[in-house]
Ligand binder design. Structure first.
Ligand code: 5GP
Ligand code: ZN
Length: 122
């Protein structure tokens, strides 16, 4: 992923941009021109996939008027994508920042399901 800043050209290494662009392999679930969904490499529940904007957005705290259409697309498509994975009840998690446990700095939503997750959030 290459981005331009006022200081010049900055190259950002991003695992999920590499996955989206096909430079790294992934188990694709869904793709359109704005979003990409793929199985989490280390699933925490029987169904655990990630859904990401194709635009590099660092985290949920970087959503703006300019890029929010990518987020809208994610939530418009999510019910059908989840259904394609055999679930219509699921938990959506987006870790935002280091203390929240965000390890990949490309906004992503974890979709967890396929089992009774209980009422406790954490
Ligand atoms: P975070 O901790 O940032 O909220 O979530 C990052 C997620 O990415 C983790 O659930 C982790 O298992 C997943 N992950 C890390 N590396 C890879 C990878 O190379 N491929 C896939 N499919 N998932 C990955
Ligand atoms: Zn990225």
């Amino acid at each position: 992923m290459i981005s331009c800043s006022r200081k010049g050209i900055e190259i950002i290494m991003c695992l999920f941009c590499d996955i989206i662009d096909g430079r790294l392999p992934s188990e694709k679930i869904y793709e359109d021109e704005m979003i990409y969904a793929f199985t989490d490499k280390y699933p925490l529940t029987p169904v655990h996939f990630l859904i990401v904007p194709k635009m590099h957005i660092t985290s949920a705290s970087e959503i703006t008027r300019r890029n929010s259409k990518y987020i809208a697309r994610i939530f418009e498509k999510l019910p059908k994508i989840a259904k394609s994975q055999g679930i219509d009840s699921y938990r959506i998690i987006s870790n935002c920042g280091e203390d929240a446990g965000q390890t990949v700095k490309h906004l992503h939503f974890h979709i967890l399901g396929g089992t009774d997750l209980g009422e406790k959030m954490i």
